[in-house]
Design a protein around this ligand. Structure first.
Ligand code: NAD
Length: 470
């Protein structure tokens, strides 16, 4: 039994642990009922409150709240409800001839008591998204959302309490200390979304109990634009993908790598789209958000200062206002190799544009860095696109668009190494919260019994034949 009585969350953990087997036994219909209740809360009861909280925390435009928060969660719920019967059904698999007389299948069983730690940039989506998978798979969960978006976290606590008893799902608000205490408990699975730096802390803590982890992390996601790309549509999509949510998106293009022959034309197209999207005045535009906290505002302002000191060229924006945590959409090039913008994940509305001589050099540049969460390619050349994909590694790739790969529930979502471990969304999220239990059933006399001791020369020969033929 767990001996951790001094931990403030021990009792809550224990309640869920004691309730876990009951929750695990819930039928498909019972799980669907729970998902329906969550769907009703988000889609109907609290929909406007969600948008208000996001406006307060992030200045998020209403349509972005609808599309990147409400729609994503409801989509995840609908997809889970429609496919749950298929996902959780035992999956029959082949059995080798050497095991003649046996049959085999995979049983999907819930991992148990899970911890979900979420970030602030899409607070509802990145908290309830994993929760949907956890519930679909039959787990209990304790959730720790981000302290950076207090209005959203308080509302999520209310939503969770309105739908679940705390011995099934509970939300705990708090800062780093809260996560630290929770991470001391022997959760069966930890689903963490956040920075690579904190991801390492989570994985270290998980190793204490050998809890399994899904780490949805971040990093610098590059965008390659080659000389054949349609620059107008590339600029249209990149200006949308980069500056939505004020650039605070894990899969937004962190920087552009562009063939030097088309750089100026691309920048001019970008300026045109930015003027159009935000009516030449992003500060007054309803379509443009704000930086989440003063700490993040200062981090981004320091990046800009560093770039300016090193004589970078500002093509657009670089306007800041600390009192409203406003940073205008910014296009910047001619950065020195040691510019901080080229080394740290930006996670804000600043787009470095770096030109390259050859595609091979662009690929080598990407491969000299950590493996990204997303890698985008804009090109009309299939040869170039294939070259980029086959010579790099990334969590996901979008060709001639960006960010939208996140919204396809049929695809696994996640990073690789520094950008993440494990996958989420749809079936892959269900799998993350499930133990794939191998079951072999001996139906008749097993042929393997022929090889039981005492060992003889004949059995030795039979063993050799088995190696050769089966
Ligand atoms: P963060 O890592 O600072 O915080 C994430 C969560 O961890 C928060 O709940 C926070 O309270 C908690 N936390 C912070 N420090 C901790 C510590 N020392 N010990 C234990 N818990 C701690 O990340 P963030 O600033 O909230 O989000 C931004 C990062 O998240 C970026 O790197 C971004 O790329 C990444 N992100 C990834 C995805 C994805 O799906 N892969 C989605 C959104 C954001």
């Amino acid at each position: 039994m767990i001996k951790n009585t001094e931990n403030p969350y021990y009792n809550l953990f224990l309640k869920q642990k004691n309730n876990q087997l009951k929750v695990a036994k819930a039928s498909r219909n019972q799980r669907v009922k729970k998902l329906n209740a969550l769907q009703r809360a988000i889609e109907i009861t609290y929909r406007n409150n969600i948008k208000e909280a996001l406006k307060k925390d992030l200045g998020k435009p209403s349509i972005e709240s609808e599309m990147t928060e409400v729609y994503q969660i409801i989509g995840e719920i609908k997809h889970a409800k429609a496919n749950l019967h298929k996902w959780r059904r035992d999956k029959k698999v082949k059995t080798p001839l050497s095991m003649l007389g046996a049959s085999s299948y995979i049983k999907y069983e819930p991992k148990g008591v899970c911890l979900i730690i979420s970030p602030w940039n899409f607070p509802f989506n990145l908290t309830f998204g994993p929760l949907v998978s956890a519930i679909a798979a039959g787990n209990t969960a304790i959730i720790k959302p981000s302290e950076m978006t207090p209005n959203s976290s308080a509302l999520m606590k209310q939503i969770v309490a309105s739908v679940f008893d705390e011995d099934e799902v509970a939300l705990v608000e708090g800062e780093i200390e809260t996560s630290t205490q929770l991470l001391k408990l022997p959760f069966n699975h930890i689903f963490f979304t956040g920075s690579p730096m904190v991801g390492k802390i989570v994985m270290k803590a998980a190793s204490e109990h050998l809890s399994s982890v899904t780490l949805e992390l971040g990093g610098k996601s590059p965008t390659i634009i080659d000389e054949t790309a349609n620059l107008k549509t590339a600029a249209k999509k990149i200006m949308w993908g980069k500056f939505m949510n004020c650039g605070q998106i894990c899969v937004s293009p962190d920087y552009v790598l562009i063939d030097k022959s088309v750089k100026e034309k691309f920048i001019s197209e970008c300026k045109g789209w930015l003027d159009k999207y935000y009516d030449k005045d992003p500060k007054q535009s309803d379509a443009y958000g704000r930086i989440v906290t003063s700490k993040h505002f200062n981090r981004l302002a320091n990046h800009l200062e560093d770039a300016k000191l090193k004589n970078a060229t500002i093509h657009y924006g670089a306007e800041t206002d600390e009192s409203t945590k406003y940073i205008s959409p910014t296009l910047i090039s001619d950065l020195k190799d040691d510019a901080s913008l080229l080394h740290e994940e930006i996670f804000g509305p600043i787009l470095p544009i770096v030109s390259y001589d050859t595609l091979e050099n662009a690929i080598a540049y990407i491969n000299s860095k950590e493996r990204p969460l997303a890698l985008y390619v804009y090109s009309k050349s299939r040869t170039n696109t294939n070259k980029v994909i086959s010579n790099t590694r990334a969590g996901s790739t979008c060709i001639n668009n960006n960010v939208i790969q996140y919204a396809n529930h049929h695809l696994p979502f996640g990073g690789i190494n520094n950008s993440g471990i494990g996958k989420s969304h749809g079936y892959y999220g269900f799998k993350a919260f499930s133990n794939e239990r191998s079951v072999v059933k001996q139906n008749t006399y097993g042929i393997t019994e022929l090889l039981f001791p005492p060992y003889t020369n004949l059995k030795e020969k039979l063993a050799k034949l088995t190696v050769k033929w089966f």
